[in-house]
Design a protein around this ligand. Structure first.
Ligand code: NCD
Length: 337
């Protein structure tokens, strides 16, 4: 169709042969088979994902939440680590789009019999799934697996590397409350060193124009963390001063080899989020946490439950919509084919 508002094409200069070139197909909005990292995703693609996720929020609030967009498609959840929110929300997201879902419990699979990650991946791949959602304790393991299969792979958290859908759902939560991400000050507090959530959030927030700060004792910061594009603080009230968003992280002891803090009680005293510490932030500052929360360790129980300030349950709700958007976009090419 010719756009009547567009200027007429200039005639070809004499001597230049004209061709009836086929129309150039428009680029897909999210031109990737997999979602493994936030690092490297341009702002345009992050916005495409968030806009689509926004449109799924309404569907999730209806009584009839199910569509048939992914009917005939199969998603396999392959979790080598515990999960409540992430695994359940991928399952719900896929089912609400009409897909079939298989949940692989690692303890009950051949992995417990010594099968390697690659053999497991290739075995599952032979059953023609459309999407594999993988969580693994080793950084880089999900990419390794993605190289061996021919379906879409979503990283649901690999070691302390990345957790892309968590950063996307955090971004959607902030965007719906604050209008946009550009220009906001977001302070991430706690165990940044072991947190894939922190890394994915730092990449995303920087790409979208937010200012990112981190607050933690030096033992809980990765080396050269400033190079990720953050300002570092070691005192809560300094780090959350004038912040729009305060994002708390759990002490990820399962990833700690050795002793990183003198005691939980001392950690809470200096790095726990209390109403007193929160006074340093903007009066309308909002609190986030990817969960699971450890009450009285990184966050005061009352602060976590404060429905005026805490977005923790909004994050859980929006996680389903974000995962629906990811599944929709990553299966578009095969649905069209
Ligand atoms: C996070 C994770 O597993 O990385 N949780 C989550 O996905 N909601 C953070 C954590 O375990 O502390």
């Amino acid at each position: 169709m010719i756009d009547s508002a567009a200027p007429a094409p200039a005639p070809a200069p004499a001597g230049v042969p004209t061709t009836d070139a086929p129309p150039v197909p428009s680029a897909p909005p999210f031109p990737h088979r997999d979602l493994l990292t936030i690092q490297g995703l341009p702002a345009r693609e992050i916005s495409v994902l968030l806009d689509l996720a926004d449109s799924y929020v309404a569907q999730n609030r209806k009584r009839d939440k199910k569509t048939s967009l992914l009917r005939g498609h199969t998603l396999i959840n392959l979790f080598f680590e515990n999960s409540t929110r992430t695994r359940t929300s991928f399952e719900l997201a896929a089912k609400r789009l009409g897909a079939d879902v298989i949940n692989m419990t690692v303890q009950a699979s051949s992995i417990a019999k010594g099968e390697t990650l690659i053999d497991t991946a290739m075995t599952l791949n032979a059953m023609h799934p459309d999407v594999l959602v993988v969580r693994h304790p080793e950084s880089g393991a999900v990419k390794l697996l993605a190289n061996k299969v021919n379906c879409a792979v979503i990283n649901a958290g690999d070691g302390q590397h990345e957790h892309p859908t968590q950063a996307l759902l955090d971004a959607l939560t902030i965007r719906r409350r604050k209008g946009n991400l550009d220009g906001l000050t977001v302070t991430i507090c706690g165990d940044v060193a072991h947190s894939r959530v922190a890394r994915s959030n730092i990449y995303l927030l920087n790409t979208m124009g937010a200012r990112v700060r981190v607050v933690a004792p030096p033992t809980l910061l990765p080396p050269a963390v400033e190079r990720l594009g953050v300002t570092v603080f070691h005192k809560m009230t300094d780090g959350i001063g004038d912040a729009d968003i305060v994002m708390m992280l759990r002490l990820q002891s399962e990833r700690m080899a050795g002793c990183y803090i003198p005691s939980v009680r001392e950690y809470f005293r200096f790095f726990g989020l209390t109403y007193e510490a929160l006074r340093a932030a903007k009066p309308d500052a909002l609190i986030m946490h990817p969960g699971p929360i450890n009450r009285g360790v990184e966050i005061d129980s009352e602060v976590a439950d404060d429905i005026k300030r805490s977005l923790i349950l909004d994050q859980v709700e929006l996680g389903v919509a974000v995962r629906m958007a990811c599944l929709d976009l990553l299966t578009r090419a095969r649905r069209a084919g």
